[in-house]
Design a protein around this ligand. Structure first.
Ligand SMILES: Cc1cc2nc3c(=O)[nH]c(=O)nc-3n(C[C@H](O)[C@H](O)[C@H](O)COP(=O)(O)OP(=O)(O)OC[C@H]3O[C@@H](n4cnc5c(N)ncnc54)[C@H](O)[C@@H]3O)c2cc1C
Length: 474
């Protein structure tokens, strides 16, 4: 039932809105929250994701703080073998359903209005009845949609598509069998358009489902650096790889003389990967994969690097830097993977008069950032103090952006370190895999203590070197 007043109106019941609401009601026992979303189910974009999507980070530190996601399994097969499980999109949606119904609503202090549009200033409209309700918001309206990604199933390609072109989002791939069931011919060639994580997932899925590597053509405007998932694990057994990886990362930031040198050092340390070793990637969106997955994708050799697609025709592809023929037009299916999960958004003050705009406070962790914002909302002295703890971290797009993002992230971390209560909360918060793992180090384990000492030493030096790296890229 739609309430008439609330303390916090959270617009968006995706990862960010749910993680915020969950921590807020845990930290402030008197707060009432109303969640509004135009979608009919909680979980935001995950509800419309392609069926073979998974998290690209371990489930262990995704979701909301109060409810674990996944079973703590280490995968024993596949391209993620040996590493912590990655929830599928369906698992993420089922999890968020539980968060809403068994946790938030069960608290008695949360109202949830699916299929409602927020029209602004607390006015919401039911998409089914058209009824409008003006909510009295006692404290703040929380914009939990500022960072919402564009996804294949609901975006429009920016290139022209001529009549007769068979172009589908990746969502359609697992349903192709239905064509055969209807007596239609199945495609024998696949042209994957796009170079981000969705395109990588689609190529990986096609190969895994039996498409020969030679049947796949990949249109890649820019090659991408990738985070090696081995360094993002947060289980105790991964201490050396994860905290050691952080120490290596800090060392690279401390010693690099240019942005190019930085990326080469990160690659040499095993922190970053690239799919095609003979190419120099110019994109970095923090997409994460294993070395095995990168090698798997490198099987596709027909990679076209002629810039962005301008126009698709049944028998030709027009790109920024050239035009190529389609090999077998009648048998070709184009797969549109050009929706960007990380479109640039303006950076805004997080805490404003009567308003909160959820943004990334640590990269690339939207769930942790939203939960942390709730903690700061409850315990901050005033908005000046709150914003001092919550500088929004710009998402990197080019290589030159990475040192800038790192500088803001490290600044935030330094501010948090000066707040004992916040430090304690972070150590206990399951969404902050890094602090938890650091805190788990045994004082009697000299190897672990040496890694931590190395991390701290290089982190100080990295802070000092960041301005030089940023200037070198200007
Ligand atoms: C394929 C994919 C994989 C990803 N994997 C990871 C991962 O492994 N780890 C990670 O940390 N991040 C990952 N991300 C990043 C992802 O952006 C975040 O995880 C997170 O799901 C984003 O959540 P959100 O709440 O910001 O946005 P959304 O999920 O888009 O939620 C925002 C919600 O706001 C609602 N809304 C917006 N405006 C209004 C309005 N006016 N009225 C009512 N409702 C409104 C929308 O309907 C939507 O449901 C991935 C992203 C993609 C696309």
């Amino acid at each position: 039932m739609t309430p008439h007043s609330t303390d916090y109106l959270v617009v968006g019941a995706g990862t960010a809105g749910l993680a915020f609401a969950d921590t807020l009601i845990a930290q402030d026992p008197n707060a009432h929250v109303t969640l509004v979303d135009r979608r009919g189910k909680a979980g935001g974009h995950w509800n419309d994701a392609y069926p073979f999507v998974t998290l690209h980070q371990p489930s262990a530190f995704y979701g909301v703080a109060s409810l674990p996601l996944g079973s703590g399994r280490i995968d024993s097969v596949g391209l993620n073998a040996g590493l912590a499980e990655l929830a599928s999109g369906a698992e993420v949606c089922a999890y968020f359903d539980r968060v809403v119904h068994q946790s938030l609503l069960a608290s008695g202090r949360v109202a949830y209005c699916p299929m409602h549009e927020h029209l602004g200033d607390g006015l919401i409209e039911s998409l089914l009845s058209g009824e409008r309700t003006q909510l009295q918001v006692r404290r703040r309206i929380v914009d939990a949609s500022h960072q919402g990604p564009s996804i294949p199933s609901n975006h429009r390609p920016r290139f022209e598509v001529a009549d007769g072109v068979r172009l589908v989002p990746p969502n359609a791939l697992p349903q192709l069998w239905q064509r055969a069931a209807r007596g239609e011919s199945l495609p024998r060639r696949f042209v994957v358009v796009g170079a981000g994580k969705t395109a990588m997932d689609s190529v990986s899925w096609l190969l895994g489902a039996g498409a020969p590597a030679a049947a796949i053509q990949w249109l890649v405007p820019r090659d991408s650096w990738l985070v090696n998932r081995v360094t993002t694990q947060n289980g105790a057994e991964f201490f050396d790889a994860a905290i050691g990886g952080q120490a290596d990362q800090m060392q690279a930031f401390a010693e690099a003389e240019s942005v190019e040198d930085l990326f080469l050092r990160l690659e040499a340390a095993g922190v970053l990967l690239r799919i095609h070793r003979d190419r120099w990637p110019t994109m970095f969106h923090l997409a994460t994969m294993t070395p095995a997955e990168a090698a798997w994708l490198a099987r596709v050799q027909d990679v076209v690097r002629l810039g962005h697609v301008r126009r698709l025709e049944p028998a030709a592809i027009e790109l920024e830097h050239g035009r190529i023929a389609v090999d077998d037009p009648a048998a070709t299916l184009f797969v549109d993977c050009t929706a960007s999960a990380v479109e640039p958004r303006p950076l805004l003050p997080v805490f404003q008069d009567g308003r909160i705009v959820l943004q990334m406070l640590r990269l690339p962790l939207p769930a942790f950032s939203a939960a942390l914002t709730a903690w700061i909302e409850v315990h901050g002295r005033d908005d000046k103090h709150r914003n001092a703890l919550a500088a929004p971290v710009p998402f990197p797009h080019s290589l030159a952006d990475y040192p800038k993002a790192m500088a803001v992230g490290m600044w935030n971390q330094a501010q948090w370190g000066q707040e004992p209560a916040l430090r304690q909360w972070m150590r206990e918060c399951r969404l902050d895999g890094f602090s938890k793992l650091m805190a788990s180090a045994s004082r009697d384990n000299p190897a672990q203590q040496a890694i931590i000492a190395r991390f701290k030493q290089h982190a100080m030096a990295a802070m000092a070197n960041l301005p030089r790296l940023i200037a070198s890229a200007a």
